[in-house]
Ligand binder design. Structure first.
Ligand SMILES: [Zn+2]
Ligand SMILES: [Zn+2]
Length: 336
């Protein structure tokens, strides 16, 4: 028997509130969130159609989730295209009373679920394109709300698509997280960007020269970065600087929705059914990004999960891939 969490505590026990632990020697931050162990799983390998009745994310089952924070269209009851709800098993929580007495500090922030389809589909390739664009509109609106708050240092939207990528529920969804600190990987990117006048422009010039551009939509570029961690890792970014996704135009947002479908479709044609993660790296809010705010391009990093993250990766921070950037980009370009 594996003990994943201390189940002897009642679920509302404050000692089960999420806490942030930082290990300075390892430059590592861990959120301990015991209630995450209680969350439901439906990725059992059964066909999607057999599981829809009990799915909390399906239209008609809104009573199974907390009320929506945002929904589009707003005024059509259960005929929504996308909705954002608070995560029932958050890794960070709103500021609420004094911290409980244990190590670490309370994990403050926002953790939402973006339900990206009213129908029980598992892949963005099965979503209605218009619903999919609306899901991105909601993300933009929610990130704008978080930017205005002042207590959030950085926010992101990320997707775990498939069980190998960490998903626990089948129904198409992403997660939005706002943290009261800038996480180590973002700190490293911001520090690297400080050393170069136009780091993202250089990345795009390199990709154009090396043959690593996969596709474009409006003024967005999808490219394979120079050191892809897994075969077919792809980044999407705007050609001109834009620090935050909530500042983007309708045209760019629609291009982002369309280009994510395009790129995931290409990856799926090369490696059918592959699980993947993606996450948004927008600039930290406020003073946290001051030195790089004018040169930052928000970007979406899409990482197919073909190989395990194993001992070498965990022990060194380096990755091993079986395919280089140029070869991966060529295959993705042909896969349309
Ligand atoms: Zn569903
Ligand atoms: Zn990044």
């Amino acid at each position: 028997v594996f003990l994943l969490a201390d189940r002897s505590m009642p679920t509302d026990d404050p000692s089960r509130d999420p806490h942030v632990h930082h290990h300075a020697l390892a430059a590592r931050t861990v959120v301990v969130a015991p209630r995450r162990a209680d969350r439901p799983h439906d990725l059992t390998g059964e066909p999607a159609s057999r599981r829809a009745a009990a799915c909390p994310f399906c239209a008609g089952n809104e009573s199974l989730t907390p009320p929506a924070i945002l929904q589009v269209p707003v005024d059509r009851g259960t005929a929504w295209h996308a909705r954002i709800i608070p995560n029932r098993y958050p890794i960070v929580e709103p500021l609420d009373g004094p911290p409980s007495a244990r190590d670490g500090r309370p994990a403050h922030g926002v953790h939402d679920v973006d339900i990206e389809s009213p129908a029980h589909v598992g892949s963005i390739l099965e979503a209605e394109p218009l619903h999919w664009r609306d899901a991105w509109r909601l993300v933009r609106a929610r990130l704008a709300m978080l930017a205005d708050r002042g207590d959030i240092a950085w926010a992101t939207v990320f997707k775990n698509a498939g069980s190998r990528a960490g998903a626990s529920l089948q129904h198409l969804h992403s997660q939005l997280i706002g943290l009261d600190f800038v996480p180590p990987q973002m700190q490293a990117e911001v520090a690297a960007a400080m050393g170069t006048a136009d780091p993202f422009g250089e990345l795009m010039s390199w990709a154009a020269t090396a043959g690593c551009v996969v596709a474009t939509a409006a003024d967005l570029v999808a490219l394979v970065p120079p050191a892809p961690r897994q075969p077919f890792e792809t980044w999407i970014l705007p050609r001109s600087a834009e620090a935050f996704l909530h500042e983007t135009s309708d045209a760019r947002l629609e291009a982002l929705a369309d280009l994510t479908r395009d790129v995931v479709g290409r990856i799926d044609r090369v490696v059918a059914g592959v699980d993947f993660n993606w996450w948004l790296h927008q600039a930290p809010y406020g003073r946290h990004a001051a030195p790089v705010i004018d040169r930052w391009h928000w970007h979406l990093e899409i990482l197919p999960r073909l190989a395990n993250i194993a001992g070498f990766e965990l022990g060194t921070g380096c990755h091993i891939s079986t395919l280089g950037a140029e070869a991966a980009a060529r295959l993705l370009r042909q896969a349309c």
